[in-house]
Design a protein around this ligand. Structure first.
Ligand code: CA
Length: 246
């Protein structure tokens, strides 16, 4: 899939997403067992990982420029990881930050994002959820100028708000459009239910709802009334993925 910009429509070359494999991750977490679990999971997904257990070490490692993404625990032996994130932002360090924390209120989440965090994940979490979010941060690019998204047979015009599948127009309700846009910006990436609830529905901390599955079902039927193609596939126990293979 390519996210095409108006100026490169004529070109036959496609701008590839930067590879996710190999992107290095700094994990600042003072619980050794959790830090080790996160390291193993991220390494299993192809990421070199460095661990730091204190705010001071995390700050030093982050400043070194080695990592592409930072994962910061909030409570680090008396220090608040957010103060480190704030310091890094003040210094102009721009790498995306995933804040992980047992502090789960909406206020805390907002504090985390205001301090310069890009995403906030509440403990305890499924490690696959963490990986999906790290990958989402790596994928995030300055693609807000894109007016058109393409993934396989799917073609979305963000200005006209239209969608076509193999040139067949597909009539979507606004929420369905937003949902499909979310997938098309992340082709072949795992998208979790809570990512969808937070980013498409703006629901915070609501896990006991089937609204996502209901809307995915509606979207699937509109994309493919025959059911022959599986545009959005389930990823067992985690979420969904846009499948652009014919
Ligand atoms: Ca901690």
């Amino acid at each position: 899939m390519t996210i095409s910009h108006p100026e490169d429509q004529k070109s036959s070359t496609t701008a590839r997403e930067p590879p996710l494999d190999g992107a290095s991750i700094l994990v600042v977490e003072d619980e050794p067992d959790l830090a080790e679990e996160i390291r193993l999971e991220l390494e299993a997904n192809g990421h070199p990982v460095r661990l730091a257990a204190t705010a001071a070490d995390g700050l030093a490692e982050a400043r070194s420029g080695w990592a592409s993404v930072f994962v910061f625990d909030r409570m680090l032996q008396g220090d608040d990881g957010l103060s480190v994130v704030e310091a890094l932002r003040t210094e102009g360090v721009a790498a995306p930050v995933l804040v992980i924390s047992a502090l789960s209120s909406v206020d805390e989440r907002i504090r985390g994002l205001k301090a310069g965090g890009d995403d906030y994940l509440v403990k305890p979490f499924d490690l696959r959820e963490l990986t999906a979010r790290v990958d989402a941060l790596l994928r995030r690019r300055g693609d807000t100028r894109a007016t058109r998204l393409r993934a396989g047979d799917l073609d979305m015009d963000l200005v006209e708000r239209t969608v076509r599948c193999s040139d067949r127009p597909i009539d979507l309700l606004p929420r369905e459009f937003k949902l499909l846009e979310y997938f098309m910006r992340r082709p072949a990436e795992i998208v979790t239910r809570s990512m969808l609830l937070e980013d498409v529905w703006n629901f915070k901390f609501m896990s006991q709802t089937n609204v996502v599955d209901v809307q995915i079902g509606n979207l699937r039927r509109k994309l493919d009334p025959t059911g022959a193609r599986k545009f959005i596939v389930n990823v067992r126990a985690v979420g969904f993925k846009l499948n652009v293979e014919a």
